[in-house]
Design a protein around this ligand. Structure first.
Ligand code: NAI
Length: 550
């Protein structure tokens, strides 16, 4: 958890619950405009991407490695009670498979989930943003104004809203322990506490307000917003809640800013969002809402939006908003898990342990997150392990439809579950299911750095058949004497995954990495902490994001 102390001033005394925009967009006007004219960079990047895109159907040299016959690995067959939540189910209409809903970077997503599959990229989809109408005084939305999906709100997410960054275990708390929260932080948290019990209503109201007042923004959001609908609000509230912790907040917001370039989000969109944020909060936090509270939110939002806008503008100078990537290999490892290898149209810098967002041609503007399954390779190819999950549009398309020659789009890399090469501590890595993919990348990363650090991998799976990557991991083990790989199969284990690590160790001096289902990460963190590994040495991607994708 993190906080930040803002310094920006903003006018106070707006009454955003009166259905007008008062001072209008100027309330939240950014201090700086993006370096490029709106739209121009995206168009340029798109044209250039198109020009550089390899011809469809080009055979790819980088096929995924053939797995040798599995040997018995250390299939630690030990039985015990099922781990808590082991029967976690996937809700219809959402995706998993590290299709982590991008809470941390999905403000205006462009997904249009209601439209069904379309043709592959005959013409790469343009990400253009409509010019924002400067709406006049708007009326508060009525029930009819709410989109159907907004009314079908999922269970509200409570005000904890934590873990939107990577490795939340590294965030010490809402504020530095030795400092009292700032007055603005106190007011913001008071608002959050008041709206928490009605979070779903706030969410619906916020989006209804946004779309009624700024209909031009509607196409930026999914037609059916179900699982994605509250990410914008959640991200904003999370950032505001942590306004007293600038270092972490700024990192988080910069990532958000970078990640939003692929949606076509522009600086001039932020005032509208801020205005509606204030409108929704003031409506549902009426007990605690006053001029000072509003001013605190305005300052917080001004800070938040400015960091995102600046980050996006800076990023425009060094990276495209997205990358095209041609599928060069598709290896169906089980009936529902594929290893998909792609070649990007431009160099794609990333670190082992990170993840990206991916859009298929069949579901335009629907992005899902996947971890890189390899450390950066000299041939530049990227691999992903994808499990098709029920109702998972993107994952099913990637597993059952994608073929060499198809083109997908990738967003920028994200995540900080990376190896700290400044130490030579041992690594304890827990990979559950397709969560083994970033673990494999980390192992390769250690190997490439030439260090002889002990790396202990525990690979959890429900059945033998689900150990689709065991051959690859065993091959790595054969090549690297410092690497130990143990498979833990639920059906056979006495001590089940991730608890099985208790039988080994000690782990006190290890850096720990976890990847897999949210429940596994949660119970894994508990296990590792109980074994004496301090929280700051336990790394994993955001559990919150993983939960969102369930
Ligand atoms: N960076 C990351 O954290 C990544 C996460 N993932 C996530 O990993 C998951 C993989 O799904 P599957 O392959 O179907 O895995 P799975 O559901 O088959 O589970 C894999 C292992 O985790 C254990 N497990 C599952 N739920 C648990 C719980 N609540 N408590 C303790 N242990 C639990 C299982 O017993 C099994 O050993 C997806 O949710 C995907 O989003 C995938 C890639 C990267």
């Amino acid at each position: 958890m993190f906080e930040a102390r803002h310094t920006m001033d903003a006018p106070t005394g707006m009454s955003a619950d009166n259905g007008t925009s008062g001072g209008g967009a100027g309330w939240f006007a950014p201090h700086h405009q993006p370096t490029a004219a709106p739209g121009s960079v995206h168009e340029t990047a798109e044209v250039s991407s198109r020009a550089e895109l390899p011809p469809a159907g080009r055979p790819g040299p980088g096929t995924s490695p053939a797995a040798p016959t599995a040997t018995g690995a250390d299939l630690s067959a030990q039985a015990a009670a099922p781990p808590p939540g082991a029967s976690d189910t996937v809700q219809p209409g959402t995706e998993t498979g590290h299709e982590k809903a991008a809470a941390a970077e999905e403000i205006p997503g462009l997904a249009d989930e209601a439209q069904g599959p379309t043709r592959p990229y005959e013409t790469p989809p343009a990400v253009r943003t409509p010019s924002l109408p400067r709406s006049g005084p708007a009326q508060p939305p009525t029930a009819q104004d709410e989109t159907p999906s907004a009314r079908q709100a999922p269970a509200p997410r409570q005000s904890t809203l934590m873990g939107l960054g990577t490795a939340p275990a590294q965030f010490p708390g809402l504020s530095p322990r030795d400092q009292p929260p700032s007055p603005d932080a106190v007011r913001i948290r008071r608002t959050m506490a008041e709206v928490a019990p009605v979070a779903d209503k706030v969410t619906s109201y916020f989006y209804a307000l946004l779309f009624v007042r700024h209909p031009g923004l509607r196409p930026l959001f999914p037609a059916s917003m179900d699982a994605q609908r509250d990410r914008l609000l959640r991200a904003l509230l999370t950032a505001a809640e942590h306004i007293d912790n600038p270092p972490v907040l700024v990192d988080y917001l910069r990532n958000l800013g970078h990640g939003h370039r692929k949606y076509g989000t522009r600086a001039e969109h932020y005032p509208a969002v801020g205005e509606c944020l204030i409108g929704a909060l003031s409506q549902y936090a009426s007990d605690s809402w006053d001029r000072e509270t509003e001013a605190a939110w305005v300052r917080a939002y001004t800070t938040i939006s400015q960091v995102m806008i600046d980050a996006a503008a800076a990023d425009e100078l060094r990276a495209p908003p997205w990358w095209y990537a041609e599928v060069v290999s598709h290896d169906l490892r089980t009936p529902d898990v594929a290893v998909v290898t792609v070649r990007t149209d431009q160099p794609y810098p990333f670190l082992a342990g990170q993840y990206t967002s991916l859009e298929t041609p069949w579901w335009p503007r629907i992005w899902r997150h996947y971890s890189f399954a390899s450390a950066p390779r000299s041939d530049g190819l990227l691999s992903f392990h994808v499990k098709a999950v029920p109702a998972g549009w993107v994952s099913n398309a990637l597993v059952h439809r994608a073929r060499p020659g198809d083109t997908v789009r990738l967003g920028p890399p994200s995540g900080s579950m990376t190896v700290d090469h400044t130490t030579d501590s041992g690594l304890l890595c827990l990979g559950g299911g397709t969560g083994i993919s970033p673990i494999k990348a980390l192992v390769e990363d250690v190997a490439e750095h030439g260090a002889r650090r002990p790396v202990e991998v525990f690979y959890g799976a429900r059945t033998d058949h689900d150990l689709y990557a065991i051959d690859t991991m065993l091959r790595l083990q054969q090549s690297h004497p410092w690497l130990s790989v143990r498979a833990v199969v639920d059906q056979q284990a006495r001590l089940r995954f991730p608890d099985a690590v208790r039988a080994y160790g000690p782990w006190r001096d290890h850096d720990a990495y976890l990847a897999g289902p949210p429940g596994m990460i949660r119970s894994g963190v508990d296990t590792l902490r109980s074994l004496g590994i301090p929280p700051e040495r336990i790394r994993h991607d955001s559990v919150e994001e993983l939960v969102l994708a369930q």
